[in-house]
Design a protein around this ligand. Structure first.
Ligand code: UD1
Ligand code: UDP
Length: 361
């Protein structure tokens, strides 16, 4: 096999680490080149994930950095084309829905190189989200579409994509979590921030619809109020940090705004949380696997399966609803939730077998 794997952002590393490992395992003599676009570049948004997930050093660092959507897409397209040319892969594997994903896929489509899309078929049906545009377009030009939940198959069918190209393999992000269970369970990362396991609300917020406008200040006010009855631990994404401004001044003692944490620490914080408030896609999934109550501060989710599983509640894009979280937690009690089928730690093995079968035909 001659494969090219593309990563660029924090969630990409988590989704792709097991894919790269499983393909190396079944074809140790093949070429498994890794491209890091550099969309995320801070140590705590990038390098620490490669280290903790045991991903080999990337073969190509494109260093595209931050910018407007147009700038990022253009820089990845320009920088990745010569890499594709030089590597001459049989297949390029792209994960998720970020700008790096679409740009890499588009370069391949123009160069007539087959594309495999990991986490295909998710839909929020909200085209104001850049991720939704990226997903829809990437799926349209992919040759192999790896899905992690049954509704993805239906979504793709509605867009005219079906048959042999689409493979339900499960969730590779959960593979990463499962592989590191021994290292994060019992890690008690919350202790470093002075809070007790089972006592606190863990928060991540980074979607432009929430943090790029006035809603962010309202969310911080609501979290300040909650902090009086329940400690709040909020590792702040760099997009959010850049927009906090005065909202981060004079915070109450129970509201801890901290830097983004590494993957092992974050899994530990999730596993030990009383509940999680988020607008992250990956965090909705991980809490679903861990059985931790999750409240999603968005109007929609491309992961309705996490609501069906019983772990996730869609609050709406309305910071005022944060005030309801303690009562909602009490109502829910110790309620049970089950991870969706094929979120079992073996998705990447199934994916690798499908890649092998595809390349044999
Ligand atoms: C991107 C993805 C989003 C994903 C998120 C994961 C797109 C359109 N969005 O959003 O789907 O959920 O990554 O975290 O691709 N920055 C730093 N250091 C970094 C990276 C970013 O300071 O290492 C700052 C920069 O000011 C940058 C801003 O964060 O402008 C936003 O980064 P960007 O990659 O454009 O989008 P994200 O919000 O991270
Ligand atoms: N994550 C992390 N540290 C943090 C916040 C999140 O390691 O401070 C991990 C989390 O466990 C998940 C991934 O980052 O695996 C989710 O990424 P993010 O929320 O940035 O993106 P999204 O999933 O929304 O695209």
């Amino acid at each position: 096999m001659r494969l090219l794997h593309v990563v660029g952002t924090r969630p990409n590393f988590v989704k792709m680490a097991p894919v790269v490992a499983a393909l190396r395992e079944i074809d140790p003599d093949g070429r498994h080149a890794l491209v890091h676009t550099g969309q995320h570049y801070d140590r705590m948004m990038s390098e620490i994930f490669l280290e903790e997930l045991g991903v080999p050093a990337p073969d190509h660092m494109l260093g595209v950095g931050s910018g407007t959507h147009a700038e990022m897409l253009a820089r990845v397209l320009t920088a990745i084309a010569p890499v594709i040319e030089a590597e001459d892969p049989d297949l390029v594997i792209v994960p998720g829905d970020v700008n790096s994903t679409l740009a890499a896929a588009l370069a391949c489509a123009h160069m007539q190189v087959p594309i495999a899309h990991v986490e295909s078929g998710l839909r929020s049906f909200d085209r104001t989200m850049p991720e939704e545009v990226n997903r829809v377009l990437t799926d349209q030009i992919s040759d192999l579409l790896f899905t992690h939940s049954p509704e993805a198959l239906t979504n793709l069918e509605h867009e005219g994509i079906s048959g042999e190209r689409v493979k339900l393999v499960g969730n590779t992000m959960i593979d990463s979590l499962v592989a590191l269970q021994d290292r994060f369970r019992g890690r008690r990362a919350c202790g470093e921030h002075g809070v007790e396991p089972g006592s606190y609300l863990l928060v991540t917020l980074h979607r432009p619809a929430l943090v790029d406008g006035e809603l962010l200040g309202s969310a911080i006010s609501e979290l300040s109020a909650i902090a009086a009855e329940m400690p709040v631990l909020f590792p702040v994404h760099p997009r959010t940090r850049a927009r906090l401004g005065d909202a981060a001044a004079d915070l109450p003692g129970g509201l801890h705004l901290i830097e983004p944490v590494g993957y092992l620490d974050f899994l530990s914080l999730e596993a030990d949380a009383r509940a999680v408030l988020t607008d992250s896609g990956g965090v909705q999934e991980e809490t679903s696997y861990l059985g931790v109550p999750c409240f999603t501060l968005r109007d929609n989710t491309e992961r309705p399966i996490t609501i069906e599983a019983g772990s996730n509640v869609l609050l709406g894009l309305d910071p005022a609803r944060i005030a309801e979280i303690p009562a909602l937690i009490a109502q829910r009690g110790e309620g049970s939730s089950e991870p969706p089928p094929l979120w079992d730690g073996h998705a990447a093995e199934r994916l690798a077998a499908e890649v092998a079968a595809y390349l044999e035909t």
